[in-house]
Ligand binder design. Sequence first.
Ligand SMILES: Cc1cc2nc3c(=O)[nH]c(=O)nc-3n(C[C@H](O)[C@H](O)[C@H](O)COP(=O)(O)OP(=O)(O)OC[C@H]3O[C@@H](n4cnc5c(N)ncnc54)[C@H](O)[C@@H]3O)c2cc1C
Ligand SMILES: *[C@@H]1O[C@H](CO)[C@@H](O)[C@H](O)[C@H]1NC(C)=O
Length: 541
Amino acid sequence: MPTISISPKWKKSLIRWLEDNRGIVVVFFCLPASFIFNLILTFRNWVVRKIHSAPEQHYLRVRDIQAQVLQWEKDGGANKKLLCTARPNWLSLSLTFFKKDQCHQVPIPLYNILELNEADLTVRVEPMVTVGEITKYLIPKGYTLAITLEIADATLGGLAMGTGMTTYSHKIGLYQEAIKSYEIVLGDGSLVTATRTNEYSDLYHALPWSHGSLGFLTALELQIVPVKQYIHLKYIPLKGQKNYCDKIREASGALDKNAKVADFVEATIYSKDEGVLLLGNFADRPPVTEWNKINYISNWYKPWFYKHVETFLTVGESDEYIPLRDYLLRHNRAIFWVVEDMIPFGNHPLFRLLFGWLLPPKPAFLKFTTTPGIRAMTFTKQVFQDIVLPMNQLEDQINISEDLFDTYPILVYPCRVYDHGEHMGQLRKPRPEQMVPGTNYGMFNDLGVYGVPGPVKRKERFDAVDAMRKMEKFTRDVGGYPFLYADIFMSQKEFEEMFDLTLYERVRTKYHANGAFPHLYEKVRPEIDVFAIGKEYIDPL
Ligand SMILES: Cc1cc2nc3c(=O)[nH]c(=O)nc-3n(C[C@H](O)[C@H](O)[C@H](O)COP(=O)(O)OP(=O)(O)OC[C@H]3O[C@@H](n4cnc5c(N)ncnc54)[C@H](O)[C@@H]3O)c2cc1C
Ligand SMILES: *[C@@H]1O[C@H](CO)[C@@H](O)[C@H](O)[C@H]1NC(C)=O
């Protein structure tokens, strides 16, 4: 294939121009293209789901996956390629681009909601069902998933093999705590169902954070919770770092196991000294006298959610009634605050009114159009990390994030991490000082740092790899874990200091994953040489 070569100097000028005029490029090219892309994708998804929609034929489809694994085994010989799902990289929300072409790809056409069990409060689904689809199905019936995600395109299987949490996690914990069972096709083609207590409980505990490196997930059973149609949301502006950290700890129940906590707890930090605490409780439709407090925050012409929240720093403490679906997808339009870096004027009222309905640019579109060059540059000019960290060190988390990345807002979602004794899977037991007194869980939080680091914005020198490795060292030192959908910069040795792979390796051997599926570290580490590329982009463009 002919390639166009551009001199490095020209390349830098071009990138510089694109960066300086990013908003215009995004609005006139990306948004319309993303819109059309999305129409096509929606149609594709509709067709794919139509073809495979037949819950009663679940086991026929699973048998076909088993047959493909057996066939691969028979055909393979000594130098078999390892197995992975055939889902294209650009459809997944993970930020890395795992090299699927080097694997033997097996399609997993499993898109059905299989069974709702209202007596046990569980729902059984196939793994490709999305958050958007399950919310649409459950909310009218009066339920939602106990733990879900604000991004409509995330799949329930992807979250199970990776991890997830929401603003409900201070009550329940990580996504894995709300999984009753996993149905899995193993590397030898057999089908097993793993639960917390059955003969496959070792597998059950190793599956979260395994990223498809132990088998093909074909169904899972998830815990659901009853809901009301509104969230009564309180906005509490807070000043002073110690003060806001204490209030967040208190509100999440980290200090006292008997404290009465809200159904949903979240904080957005706007600077070292200021943050807004959000406390949400399920509520019925308010009386007529309070209808003025109903806010459909997700409508396209409304201010971006984090901007709306920021206004309460000056307005003072307030409350609103948010329709449930609006609340659950509140961060969808501005992808938290990522869109601001793409379209700096995107929250202007006029822009919202005219073009707000085009937001957000589809993650799938962004990934689809990410060339290797863009991929290399973006990780050095952006930070995108969700990290599970102990809440007793919230002040340190925020300070180190400012030192290394100098970007706000920062997102804080409180989350329990349970001490499951010898059944911790890849996680380690919370340390004594991290535990909530008198319970079997520690209080952690997701620290979400997304955006363009301050030095990059100011066109100063920024060593992304160095900053990320320092953040990872901090994370290891305090006993935390980064979500593995984002880029990691650890060596395998450092990775194994952070994650406990003892059970994982045992399970890999016992359940025929060795030689069949890639190892976890190989599966999640960036597909590009981040160290070499990192060096190339340290200096400002
Ligand atoms: C903008 C953005 C914001 C985010 N915010 C949050 C947040 O607030 N809270 C949160 O918890 N997470 C958040 N995430 C991360 C999200 O949880 C992950 O991206 C998650 O992996 C879901 O994505 P997915 O469905 O595309 O899964 P994928 O990326 O497709 O899958 C995840 C892993 O599971 C494997 N896998 C998938 N299906 C199967 C299967 N059937 N069998 C075997 N293996 C399988 C894949 O190979 C992959 O390794 C965010 C991500 C983005 C991009
Ligand atoms: C965080 O930074 C502030 C201001 O720079 C400082 O006063 C405070 O002691 C730091 N907190 C911790 C826990 O180091």
